[in-house]
Design a protein around this ligand. Structure first.
Ligand SMILES: Nc1ncnc2c1ncn2[C@@H]1O[C@H](COP(=O)(O)OP(=O)(O)O)[C@@H](O)[C@H]1O
Ligand SMILES: [Mg+2]
Length: 248
């Protein structure tokens, strides 16, 4: 049985079909790439999966249980956790305490949260700034911290929306290594990224969306070589300059 079963998801904004009949299965332990030109509906789909937006139609089940329409808090407790494109950390408490707060909010005892926070900070190469306030961290360090917070209690499925965008290459490598290692331990991911080399390296399978629909679903290299996928991206380049903030 698929860990996450998605069928016929539709999300409209007025007359625009941002997500238009999307379906896919994600198996436990999979690291799925979700790609597609700007405005193709990737973020909207993640918003629906995480409960941040209500779908107009469709079905989503997690471990066979219908979860569509649950709110983000309930979905987080069930283990569907997303990372946003915008960074959100508490500026006036330390990096370490940022993780403790997240862990305790997810039900950990303080001592256990402390152990996991220490491990995560080391894994993300943030140990040297663990006692600095969130507000004193660089943009990249904040992003890494927020990323780490998603794993204080490993989710059933982690939804990552452009985690590498505007991140220094060294930190990008740290994040990519983290994703690879956690996936090797069985963590399930959906990774939205425009960074094709990283998607090729990390994701055995990818789904490409365009205009709200699934254009291709299969082994990543095959998806990237798919004629319709290439045309969708060429179309995006032809429009470049007109849609600068479509992905905001
Ligand atoms: N809250 C919103 N209100 C109206 N239109 C939106 C909203 N969010 C996204 N859209 C539109 O839905 C389409 C898909 O957007 P999005 O899911 O952000 O695409 P992607 O993440 O693939 O770049 C775009 O045309 C976008 O402008
Ligand atoms: Mg997006």
């Amino acid at each position: 049985m698929a860990l996450l079963r998605i069928r016929g998801i539709e999300k409209r904004f007025g007359g625009l079909r941002a997500v238009d009949g999307v379906g896919m299965d994600i198996a436990e332990g999979e690291l799925l790439g979700l790609i597609g030109p700007n405005g193709s509906g990737k973020t909207t789909l993640l918003n629906v999966l995480s409960g941040h937006m209500r779908a107009d139609a469709g079905e989503v089940s997690l471990d066979g249980r219908n979860v569509l329409g649950l709110n983000p808090t309930r979905l987080t407790r069930l283990g569907v956790l997303r990372m946003f494109q915008m960074t959100r950390v508490f500026n006036r408490i330390t990096a370490f305490d940022n993780l403790i707060v997240c862990g305790m909010a997810l039900g950990l005892k303080e001592a256990e949260a402390g152990e996991r926070a220490t491990e995560l900070l080391a894994e993300l190469k943030l140990s040297h700034v663990m006692h600095l306030d969130g507000g004193q961290l660089s943009g990249g360090q904040k992003k890494l911290l927020e990323f780490g917070a998603c794993f204080m209690v490993p989710p059933r499925v982690a939804l990552l929306d452009e985690p590498f965008a505007a991140v220094h290459p060294t930190m990008k490598e740290t994040m990519a290594t983290f994703i690879r290692n956690r996936n090797a331990q069985g963590q399930t991911f959906i990774l939205v990224s425009h960074d094709m080399p990283v998607v090729v390296e990390l994701c055995p399978r990818s789904v490409c969306m365009n205009t709200g629909k699934v254009l291709a679903d299969g082994p990543t290299q095959e998806v990237l070589n798919d004629r319709a996928v290439i045309e969708a991206y060429l179309g995006e380049n032809a429009d470049a300059g007109h849609e600068e903030d479509a992905d905001a």
